[in-house]
Design a protein around this ligand. Structure first.
Ligand SMILES: NC(=O)c1ccc[n+]([C@@H]2O[C@H](COP(=O)([O-])OP(=O)(O)OC[C@H]3O[C@@H](n4cnc5c(N)ncnc54)[C@H](OP(=O)(O)O)[C@@H]3O)[C@@H](O)[C@H]2O)c1
Length: 226
């Protein structure tokens, strides 16, 4: 689990243990920030090639990789410094998971296939101007997830994308909107995993946006029709 020390990642770790996982590695940039009993802490900054290499070396019994770690610089598309902000969001949200997938795919193959969960967003499918950079990183994650799924079919690795709107974590602390309980989303995610799903589209907003993609753009973005 990348970003296993807090937020949604910590909820997933808790639930994995509750559902009987023999061992759960919680990756964290600072292992001292892991407070959950029962998990095995692993030093893991997903922007660090050496952290990823040593985690892959150390965690050879992994059967489920969860690319959960994520950041949002909350940058709009024409903001000052947008390119640097985009580099930061993409380093963690896109290049980190890419490197993790590459490092852990052989381990998953050796261990029978297993699974990868990529924690994505309704913003993989919807452009929200104030979060344009973050959304672009999650859109890239969607595309990469769909490619990865096909490539890993041969080694019997299930690849599941999670798409969700706001959850009540530190990431959304400053946002005054309805938010899902991360524990409930974690449960839906693991239910989907156990059912062999390719995707979990976890809430009404995400389901609405997903289905609206095939319709008229004005319906998805009412501002365009004004
Ligand atoms: N909250 C939402 O509404 C929402 C909605 C859709 C998708 N998501 C996605 O859900 C995932 C978890 O987010 P969250 O809501 O739980 O946010 P959060 O509470 O802010 O937690 C983010 C986690 O990612 C870790 N992280 C950040 N950069 C990292 C790096 N370079 N290497 C390793 N770990 C790193 C953080 O570790 P530190 O403690 O070291 O910072 C923390 O554990 C993210 O991918 C996010 O994009 C969230």
């Amino acid at each position: 689990m990348t970003g296993g020390n807090r937020g949604f990642g910590a909820e997933l770790c808790r639930l994995l243990l509750e559902r009987g996982a023999a061992k759960v590695y919680a990756g964290a940039r600072d292992v001292r920030s892991i407070s959950q009993e029962g998990v095995v802490g692993v030093q893991l900054d997903v922007t660090s090639a050496s952290d990823i290499a040593s985690a892959a070396e150390h965690c050879r019994d992994v059967t489920l990789l969860v690319n959960n770690a994520g950041i949002s610089t909350d940058t709009s598309i024409l903001a000052d410094g947008v390119v640097d902000a985009a580099r930061r969001d993409f380093e963690t949200n896109v290049f980190g998971p890419m490197a993790m997938n590459q490092a852990f795919a052989p381990t998953l193959a050796t261990n029978g296939g297993g699974a990868i969960i990529n924690v994505l967003s309704v913003l993989s499918w919807f452009g929200q101007p104030d979060l344009a950079v973050y959304g672009a990183s999650k859109a890239a994650g969607w595309s990469l997830t769909n490619s990865l799924r096909q490539v890993l079919l041969a080694q019997h690795t299930q690849v599941l994308g999670l798409y969700v709107a706001y959850m009540d974590t530190d990431m959304t602390a400053g946002i005054d909107s309805p938010k899902s309980d991360p524990g409930e989303i974690a449960a839906l995610t693991l239910d989907g995993l156990e059912a062999g799903a390719h995707e979990v589209v976890a809430d009404d907003i995400s389901r609405h946006v997903r289905s609206a993609l095939s319709g008229d753009l004005d319906a998805l973005y009412p501002v365009l029709g004004q």
